[in-house]
Design a protein around this ligand. Structure first.
Ligand SMILES: C[S@@+](CC[C@H](N)C(=O)[O-])C[C@H]1O[C@@H](n2cnc3c(N)ncnc32)[C@H](O)[C@@H]1O
Length: 222
C-alpha cells in the first residue's frame, strides 16, 4: 500500500477507535458541549422551516436521513418532529443501539438504522426530502465527501435538500489528531460542494455559540 492509501486507512480507523470510546450521551456527541444542544437545534429548526411545506421550490416531509447521527440527538429534537420517517446512519454501532432507547416512543417512526461509514454508504435513490449532515464532514477525505454528496443528490426526492451544518476554520485545513478529523475553511467547503455539482441555496452562521469554539455554518444544497 502507498503512503497516501495507508494514511487514509488510518484516518478512518483512528476515528472509529476514537468514537468507540465516547459515551453514548448528548455530551459525548458534542465533545463536552452538551449545553449548546438547545441553541443548535433551535437554529436548525428556524433554518430548515424556510424550505419545508407547500409552494415553489419547497420540499415535503415524508422522509429525512440523519448522517453521522450518533445517538440521534438531531433525529429526536429536529427531524422526528418534522418528518414522517427518519433514517439514521453512523459508523458506530453502539450509538445506533443507544438511539433505539434514547428516541423513545417516537423512535417507532425510524425507518432504517444503517451502520456504515458515509464514505461507503449509498443512500436509497429518490427516498429523501432532506439529508442532514452535521458535525461529520471532517471525518471524510475531500474525494469521499464529493462522492458522498453526489450519491446524496441521487437519493433526493424532487425539491429535496442536502443540509451541511459544520465547523469552519478561519483559514485552511486544521487537523484534529484526537478524533482523527479535519476542519476546513468555508472557501474549501464551497469548492467541494461545487465539485459535487451542487448549488448553495442558502447559508447562515449559527449565532450564540461559545466564543472559543469554531464558527458553525449551515448550508442548504441541491
Ligand atoms: C461529533 S459527533 C456528531 C453526532 C451528531 N451529528 C450530532 O450532531 O449530535 C460525530 C458522529 O459521526 C460519527 N462518524 C465518525 N466518522 C464517521 C464516518 N466516516 N461515517 C459515518 N459516521 C461517522 C461518529 O460515530 C459520531 O456519532
Amino acid at each position: 500500500m502507498g503512503d497516501i492509501a495507508e494514511g487514509e486507512t488510518s484516518f478512518y480507523s483512528n476515528a472509529v477507535d476514537y468514537w468507540r470510546e465516547v459515551p453514548p450521551t448528548v455530551d459525548g456527541m458534542l465533545g463536552g458541549y452538551g449545553s449548546i444542544s438547545n441553541i443548535d437545534i433551535n437554529g436548525s429548526k428556524a433554518f430548515l422551516q424556510k424550505f419545508l411545506g407547500e409552494g415553489e421550490g419547497k420540499t415535503g416531509t415524508e422522509c429525512a436521513l440523519d448522517c453521522g447521527a450518533g445517538i440521534g440527538r438531531i433525529t429526536k429534537r429536529l427531524l422526528l418532529p418534522l418528518f414522517k420517517t427518519v433514517d439514521l446512519v453512523d459508523v458506530t454501532q453502539e450509538f445506533l443501539d443507544k438511539a433505539k432507547t434514547y428516541l423513545g416512543e417516537e423512535g417507532k417512526r425510524v425507518g432504517k438504522y444503517l451502520c456504515s461509514g458515509l464514505q461507503d454508504l449509498v443512500p436509497e435513490s429518490g427516498r429523501y426530502n432532506v439529508i442532514w449532515i452535521q458535525w461529520v464532514i471532517g471525518h471524510l477525505t475531500d474525494d469521499h465527501l464529493v462522492d458522498f454528496l453526489q450519491r446524496c443528490q441521487k437519493a433526493l426526492r424532487p425539491n429535496g435538500l442536502i443540509i451541511i451544518k459544520d465547523n469552519v476554520s478561519y483559514e485552511g485545513v486544521i487537523p484534529d489528531e484526537v478524533d482523527s478529523s479535519i476542519c476546513r475553511d468555508l472557501e474549501i467547503v464551497h469548492s467541494l460542494v461545487g465539485r459535487a455539482g451542487l448549488s448553495i441555496l442558502h447559508e447562515e452562521q449559527q449565532t450564540n455559540f461559545p466564543k472559543e469554539i469554531y464558527q458553525v455554518h449551515t448550508l442548504a444544497l441541491r
